[in-house]
Design a protein. Structure first.
Length: 320
């Protein structure tokens, strides 16, 4: 009498494993459309410009699927925050050199999809992250609202969690397939990779636009910025207080961008919040798409920015 029950149990387990394997292989198959050249030890695919792949980094960090990344974020002395322009501008050797020289641990916590302050603040609070200083690209950053991926992962829906678990597993399979059988990986979609050690993006070679655009200086501010300055500063003050930061330890900057004087935006917001502002004027900058700095421009801008930042950051970090 026990044999039928045993056979039924074996059948059920086999069916479950087969379904799971099929689901995983389907997810991995979708990943094969993504460029795999950015996989390195300590990197995961943050984003792939392919419909069924898309975002991973929001869920990877919010759900703690990349545990090493969360531990590094928790240990960071300085966290850099902003949108994708921050990620391109500070994922540079100049950034690494600056913090290594000062003996400080850092984490670059920017996101794509035009992410503003609400999601990263939720993430920091979720994992009890309280850095000694925060650097913010204010273009603007302090405003309510969540991007579509951030709204998904913070919704509490089990199907969203399941989707990101699938993406995490598919990445492991994708990485192995492309290492063992490169001919199976013929990428059709751009991809960006993220370091678990410091959050920096790795995009050169895997994210190509095929064009370079000179960044022309523009000294204008959009009308909506002045109209909403008080509200933006209020969101920034709430952000600072939630993290328990003194005013001298939340530092604003403006990463160069066409059509907007980002430095002037940072200066005005900094004055409204009564916090330090550090900018850098660098000539002959270029972008890969009219918005994000190319690697050479990013490294030159970052080097100039960190040189200006050093005495201001030291003022924050030294005992008072």
């Amino acid at each position: 009498m026990r044999r039928p029950a045993l056979y039924l149990a074996i059948f059920a387990v086999t069916a479950l494993l087969t379904a799971a394997a099929g689901w995983l292989l389907l997810a991995a198959k979708d990943s094969l459309a993504c460029d795999s050249s950015g996989y390195r030890h300590g990197y995961f695919m943050a984003y792939c410009d392919y419909a069924t792949a898309g975002d991973y980094e929001h869920g990877a960090l919010y759900y703690g699927l990349e545990r090493t990344a969360i531990r590094q974020l928790q240990q960071a002395d300085v966290v850099l925050m902003g949108n994708s322009r921050l990620m391109f501008a500070t994922s540079t050797a100049a950034t690494d050199d600056f913090f290594r020289r000062l003996g400080l641990r850092y984490y670059v916590l920017g996101f794509g999809y035009g992410e503003a302050s609400e999601f990263p603040l939720k993430l920091l609070m979720r994992y009890g992250v309280h850095p000694r200083a925060v650097i913010v690209n204010a273009d603007p950053f302090f405003q309510p609202g969540l991007s579509p991926p951030a709204a998904d992962v913070t919704s509490g829906k089990p199907e969203i969690f399941k989707k990101y678990i699938g993406k995490a597993m598919a990445q492991r399979v994708h990485k192995s397939i492309c290492r063992l059988l490169p001919s199976a990986c013929q990428p059709r979609a751009n991809a960006i990779f993220r370091s678990v050690r410091n959050g920096r993006w790795r995009w050169e070679g895997s994210f190509q636009t095929g064009q370079i655009f000179p960044l022309t200086a523009d000294h204008t501010l959009p009308a909506w910025f002045d109209e909403n300055l008080t509200a933006l500063a209020g969101v920034g003050d709430d952000f600072r207080r939630t993290l328990g930061l003194e005013r001298r330890c939340i530092l604003l900057t403006g990463i160069p961008v066409p059509a907007i004087d980002s430095s002037a935006m940072a200066e005005k917001l900094g004055a409204a919040m009564a916090v330090p502002v550090v900018t850098a004027r660098v000539t002959d900058l270029r972008t890969i798409d009219g918005s994000h700095l190319d690697s050479d421009s990013a490294n030159r801008w970052a080097a100039a920015f960190f040189a200006n930042l050093e005495p201001i950051l030291e003022t924050c970090l030294k005992p008072h």
